[in-house]
Design a protein around this ligand. Structure first.
Ligand code: SAM
Length: 220
């Protein structure tokens, strides 16, 4: 069995009893960054073996891991934070498991965009998850798509590109509302919903540029 196990996005208490149980009982945990996962495992007194599995080695490892699963080894996949496969490695391995008719189970649990969406005060009945915009090539094409998309839009962004992304979104859809959800579940959690117009009228300088961000753009 391959278990996809969501881990906390900040607050270490945001993990399910079942996730802890699975991480304790499997033979191997595949982790994006073993140092990050080690901290979580230490906190919960889990001693399962760790192996690194990230975007730079997943192609090379997928077949080997599928073979282990075929042999009957139970494996859990985690990422540094949140749900594996959501803007994180996971898809390739899950696809390979489907091809081999291997059993997969995905545990429900933390992911950054859901708390951001439901706390934003913006409609959550229909939405598009964009994740990270491309850094260079393809960025303008995505911005054009988003401009024409009529419902709520969810983006992930790092502190290094947050201002640039907010400015570009404001340029293509100045009349839409925007929620900036920062450091969710952490000490400096902040959820601000405003309009792009207000944001450009001086609010943008007030945004703390530290930490992790989810951006929610309101419907057209
Ligand atoms: N797998 C994760 C999930 O399920 O949400 C996402 C991983 S992605 C590499 C990391 C991005 O998620 C960050 O750049 C940020 O946009 C968002 N993120 C993760 N933790 C967050 C937090 N505590 N507060 C706000 N955004 C967060």
């Amino acid at each position: 069995m391959l278990y996809l196990v969501p881990t906390p996005i900040g607050n270490l208490k945001d993990i399910t009893f079942r996730a802890v149980e699975v991480l304790q009982s499997v033979e191997l945990i595949l982790a994006e960054d073993t140092r990050v996962t080690k901290k979580l495992l230490t906190h919960y007194n889990i001693h399962t073996a760790l192996q690194s599995f990230h975007i730079h080695n997943e192609h090379a490892l997928v077949e080997r891991i599928a073979k282990k699963l075929l042999e009957g080894v139970d494996i859990a996949l985690v990422s540094d934070a949140g749900t594996p496969g959501i803007s994180d490695p996971g898809y390739l391995l899950v696809k390979a498991c489907h091809h081999q008719h291997l059993k997969i189970t995905a545990l429900p649990g933390p992911t950054a965009f859901v708390p951001a969406l439901v706390a934003s005060g913006l409609p959550s009945d229909r939405f598009h998850f964009e994740g990270f915009l491309p850094k260079k090539k393809g960025r303008q094409t995505r911005l054009k798509f988003l401009k024409d998309y009529p419902y709520t839009i969810i983006l992930y962004e790092s502190p290094f590109r947050i201002i640039k992304t907010l400015e570009q979104l404001a340029e293509v859809m100045p009349h839409r509302e925007i929620c900036i959800a920062r450091e969710l579940s952490k000490l400096h959690e902040e959820i601000i919903t405003t309009t792009f117009t207000e944001l450009l009228d001086g609010h943008i300088q007030k945004i703390t540029l530290k930490g992790e961000f989810v951006l929610i753009v309101g419907p057209n």
